[in-house]
Design a protein around this ligand. Structure first.
Ligand SMILES: Nc1ncnc2c1ncn2[C@@H]1O[C@H](COP(=O)(O)OP(=O)(O)OP(=O)(O)O)[C@@H](O)[C@H]1O
Ligand SMILES: [Mg+2]
Length: 264
């Protein structure tokens, strides 16, 4: 199947949060001109009717269905043929104080396509924010963020954070007499170089580089406090070669105020 035809997949468990995810997915499918696939894993097929109502956006073809088995396992399988998979941050289970449901967490770590975990309903004209580091996987996240900003006709904040911890051959701390002004200047130049090619590919996007001296999570949240979507890669530079999620992505999924996209 050509990538262009792959559906946007929204996961439905009968909860109100899942309906938020369905509405986000329906708008995304409309913007991307792709079909919308609604899947429920379990016995409660009735919950798909409410989801279809929530998804009714003119021009979007909806296919819905149920699957049996372990929800996270089935949905990870389904993600292999989706362009993006969208879930609520919570569902019907959980407990007070739980910050992220287990199905949402499993998909964010193991899905075969980009994952959007929906939380809140930020204004549609708010900017998209993307976390940019030097990792090779970062380009996929940046491309996803540019697509979203382009389709939504909103600015993209390309946020690069740095601290006095640097990663050369090994992790090290900048010397005490380091010229922080010069380091900041270097970081700004590196970010500008990183973005240059993308500006040509997406001439219509208002692409705004933001360099902050802070740790990634706090830097991203302070640089784009009112973002409608925060886009991050699944792993940063400290990639130990495994699957799963890096600490920045995990922290944003737990604490982010808005939908978070994890792109691998
Ligand atoms: N059985 C399911 N079928 C389809 N989608 C599901 C299913 N269960 C959860 N989801 C999706 O995952 C999202 C998060 O739900 P999740 O199950 O992770 O959290 P929870 O129910 O609050 O906690 P937990 O199940 O871990 O106790 C839901 O909003 C929905 O999008
Ligand atoms: Mg659940």
């Amino acid at each position: 199947m050509a990538r262009e035809q792959k559906a946007v997949l929204a996961c439905v468990d009968g909860s109100a949060r899942a309906l938020d995810a369905v509405r986000w997915a329906a708008r995304d499918a409309a913007l991307r001109k792709r079909p919308l696939r609604l899947i429920h894993v379990g016995e409660n097929a009735d919950c798909l009717a409410a989801a279809e109502d929530a998804a009714a956006v003119p021009g979007v073809e909806i296919r819905s269905g149920t699957r049996t088995g372990h929800p996270a396992e089935r949905l990870i399988e389904e993600s292999a043929t989706a362009s993006v998979v969208v879930l609520g941050s919570h569902g019907l289970g959980g407990f007070p104080g739980m910050l992220l449901g287990s199905v949402a967490g499993a998909l964010a770590a193991y899905a075969h396509c980009p994952v959007v975990v929906v939380r809140g309903a930020p204004p549609e004209d708010a900017p998209v924010a993307a976390g940019i580091d030097a990792s090779p996987g970062g380009d996929a996240a940046l491309a996803f963020a540019l697509d979203e900003a382009n389709l939504r006709r909103v600015p993209l904040l390309a946020v690069h954070t740095w601290t006095d911890m640097t990663m050369g051959e090994t992790w090290s701390v900048l010397p005490i007499d380091a010229d922080y002004g010069a380091v900041a200047e270097d970081e700004r130049r590196l970010l500008a170089e990183r973005l240059a090619g993308w500006r040509e590919k997406y001439p219509d996007v208002d692409l705004r580089p933001v360099v902050v001296r802070d740790r990634p999570v706090r830097g991203l949240l302070t640089a784009g406090p009112d973002a409608q979507l925060i886009v991050v890669g699944s792993r940063g530079r400290a990639d130990f070669g495994g699957v799963g999620l890096g600490s920045t992505s995990q922290a944003l999924l737990h604490h982010g105020p808005c939908p978070v996209a994890v792109v691998r």
